[in-house]
Write a protein that binds this ligand. Structure first.
Ligand SMILES: [Zn+2]
Ligand SMILES: [Zn+2]
Length: 718
């Protein structure tokens, strides 16, 4: 006699992985010491429950097994059904596990718990009907936490050092939002948590981006960011400098990237700026170097080191605290937006070198995930602690009536002749009205405001020339020797009666500048009167400057597209008295204005264009980051449409400005991320249409096929 039960299968659940990008799961593989679902998770970020179904029986597996996930968020139960393949062994590399996609859309921290039941309605006869729940009792509990959001501004370069013949203007997929979308998907940050926009204008750049050139660019962008905040605040009362500025260079001239890590402050150490290639990807599943390096450099800005591992992907930074023996992401990664699985066997942490070089996929390891999760913790500074310690690297308003924007270069005394005999040099200084401060970590260098021999105020700062490639095994991608110089930018309160500004190391004077009595004046000489500047044109802004003391002047240029309500810096360090304006690179408006600010070394003055200039409004840029053309989706399968739109006038566009449609089914939804499982079978052209506040539109399209592809043998007529 044969007992019928022998032919019946049994279904149960290996486990449930709650992932937003990477998660610890299955301690028998990956990180043995990292318990299942122990990585932190973020509120308002797309999340996937991967439910691994277990099959016991005479077959090797069973398809289309139903499972029900119970989710309890803040005491309310939500139920989701899914199907997956039940297998005899747990394998996270297989994509046919049952998946539930969800978003814990709470504004603050919220506890969420889960349990699942396989074959919940008992449609499959099993040998054991009492082991279908996971966990067997109780729930899996995670706290979904609120994290900070970020504002990132892209600064495009016009790159044209002498002898360079490649593309000059940076642009394309990564610049228009692909980089920001990829970074938002890889980091512990909420959906739409990165507000990315492209700034008006191109930064004219003629220095080759070799080792020193990279640092020069970061120093320039740091100082522009300080000036943007100082003059933005002076002109409009707001700090408008963003959390990060990213300098985009054309890939033909620069295939790498660089950051400004505060622990290696040789380029300034503000932790704000990154620079890199604009090499375009096609989707966040195929981001290419432009997006990968964008993410890598901006994560560096939080003092996250290279991976320093013995494999060829490590970059060997002896200060690195990356804890693993290889640059692999160690655990399986998963992108809930695209459904892509990242196998740790072929995927490396974004802080290693292999992904950016293109030889390996880049994603995020548990270590980097934890680090960035902590970096994005909402700041909670009590009034008492803020008052108790002076704060650095933050803009503060002060009671002073005037302030000084400081720009200086400190030369490495161990590099002969670097400063032409000087060990430090004051650059352009800007004395402005109003009380504003941005302090650097203190150290043994200083700027003093003096009245004769009397020190009225002393502001100190730390200097380090250490290279981030110091102390390695010989495979460093950059120069390990100490850097020849350090750029310094900060803002300090001004003191009435100051007759000289002195740069010092300890008590040794490195440079000194007398404060002249008179402030410079600027007069914009062209254009005068109302203007209408057409698309495609190059216009010339010209001015004269004079100084009562005969000091030589240099200039910074600011631009407002909204009749003076907000201002962005277009250029600094200008010594000529004209500037070529590429009209197509500017945010448009019916009353755009320019301000030319002159400095005589300390004192400043400015002029504004005296009549309205009209510049055509620009259409937005729409970019689809998922899916890609050629993607095949089975009917009923979840497909997430993901896109981003930027606009020179509006910045990042709001959700309702992004509309999705299919040529077969019409409207599909609104917003940067739309999840669907309702596409009809057949070929679809899916279009993202972005509309700016002026009613101008732009669109992007991809073709996807919904159905089961059938490949017939080729039959030819005899
Ligand atoms: Zn790096
Ligand atoms: Zn560097």
């Amino acid at each position: 006699m044969i007992f019928p039960g022998l032919f019946q299968p049994d279904l149960s659940i290996f486990g449930i992985e709650i992932t937003q990008g990477v998660q610890c799961f299955d301690t028998s593989k990956g990180l043995a010491g990292c318990a299942d679902n122990s990585l932190p998770v973020v509120a308002k970020k797309d999340t996937t429950a991967r439910i691994y179904l277990k099959y016991s029986g005479i077959l090797s597996s069973l398809n289309n097994v139903p499972v029900r996930l119970h989710i309890f968020a803040d005491g309310v139960e939500y139920i989701a059904n899914a199907t997956g393949k039940a297998t005899k062994t747990l394998n996270q590399a297989n994509s046919n596990d049952a998946k539930v996609y969800f978003n814990v859309n709470f504004s603050n921290d919220v506890p969420v718990s889960f349990y699942a039941e396989v074959d919940p309605d008992h449609t499959i006869s099993e040998t054991n009907e009492s082991n279908n729940r996971y966990p067997a009792s109780g729930t899996i509990a995670l706290n979904f936490r609120k994290r900070d959001t970020l504002k990132i501004v892209g600064q495009r370069l016009r790159y044209h050092p002498s002898g360079y013949t490649g593309t000059q203007y940076a642009g394309g997929w990564a610049v228009n939002g692909g980089g920001a979308d990829w970074l938002e998907q890889v980091l512990p940050i909420r959906n739409n948590g990165i507000n990315y926009s492209v700034k008006s204008g191109y930064l004219d750049w003629t220095t080759t981006l070799n080792s020193n050139g990279q640092h020069d660019l970061i120093k320039t962008l740091n100082f522009m960011w300080i000036l943007q905040n100082a003059f933005g605040w002076l002109f409009s009362g707001a700090f408008t400098g963003a959390d990060h500025v990213y300098g985009w260079a054309p890939n033909a001239g620069y295939s790498g990237g660089h950051a400004d890590m505060p622990v290696y402050p040789h380029a300034g150490g503000l932790g704000v700026v990154g620079i890199g290639t604009d090499a375009p990807g096609t989707s966040t599943d195929n981001p290419a170097a432009g997006a990968l390096i964008f993410g890598h450099e901006l994560v560096h800005d939080y003092n996250v080191y290279h991976t320093n591992t013995a494999d060829s992907c490590g970059s060997s930074d002896s200060n690195s605290d990356f804890p693993y023996s290889s640059s692999s992401i160690q655990e399986f990664g998963f992108n809930p937006i695209t459904g892509k699985i990242y196998d740790p066997a072929s995927t490396h942490d974004l802080m290693s070198y292999c992904p950016a070089g293109g030889s390996k996929q880049g994603w995020i390891s548990p270590f980097t995930w934890n680090k960035m999760f902590n970096n994005y913790a909402p700041l909670a500074v009590s009034a008492a602690s803020a008052a108790a310690e002076p704060r650095t690297n933050v803009f503060l308003t002060t009671a002073s009536t005037e302030s000084l924007v400081v720009h200086a270069t400190i030369y490495n005394p161990d590099v002969p002749n670097e400063g032409g005999g000087k060990l430090g040099e004051l650059g352009e200084l800007y004395k402005i009205d109003g009380g504003l401060a941005y302090a650097l970590p203190s150290g043994d260098y200083a700027v003093e405001l003096r009245d004769g021999a009397t020190v009225l105020r002393r502001e100190t700062f730390a200097v380090s020339f250490e290279s981030e490639y110091d102390g390695h095994g010989g495979d460093e991608p950059g120069d390990p020797s100490p850097r020849p110089e350090m750029g310094v930018s900060f803002i300090m309160p001004w003191e009435a009666g100051t007759t000289s500004i002195v740069l010092l190391q300890g008590n040794q004077v490195l440079d000194e500048r007398a404060v002249s009595a008179g402030a410079p004046t600027v007069t914009i000489t062209s254009p005068t009167g109302p203007q209408s500047w057409p698309s495609g044109s190059t216009q010339t802004l010209a001015w004269t400057g004079s100084d009562p003391d005969g000091d030589s002047l240099s200039y910074s240029l600011f631009y407002s597209h909204d009749a003076g309500a907000s201002w962005v810096i277009l250029a600094t360090g200008l010594t000529s008295q004209s500037f070529e304006v590429n009209v197509d690179s500017l945010a448009g408006g019916s009353d755009v204005r320019f301000r030319v600010v002159a400095t005589d070394g300390v004192n400043t003055g400015y002029d504004e264009t005296d009549a309205a200039i009209s510049v055509p409004n620009k259409a937005p840029e729409a970019t689809i980051t998922s899916p890609v053309t050629g993607q095949v989706v089975t009917p009923g399968e979840l497909l997430v449409l993901q896109g981003i739109a930027t606009d020179l006038e509006d910045g990042g566009l709001p959700d309702e400005a992004l509309q999705w449609s299919s040529d077969r089914q019409g409207s599909l939804g609104t917003g940067p991320s739309v999840a669907l499982n309702t596409l009809e079978s057949g070929e679809h052209t899916i279009t993202l249409t972005a509309t700016d506040s002026n009613g101008q539109t732009a669109s992007a399209s991809v073709q996807v096929f919904v159905g089961h592809r059938v490949y017939l043998p080729i039959v030819t007529q005899p």
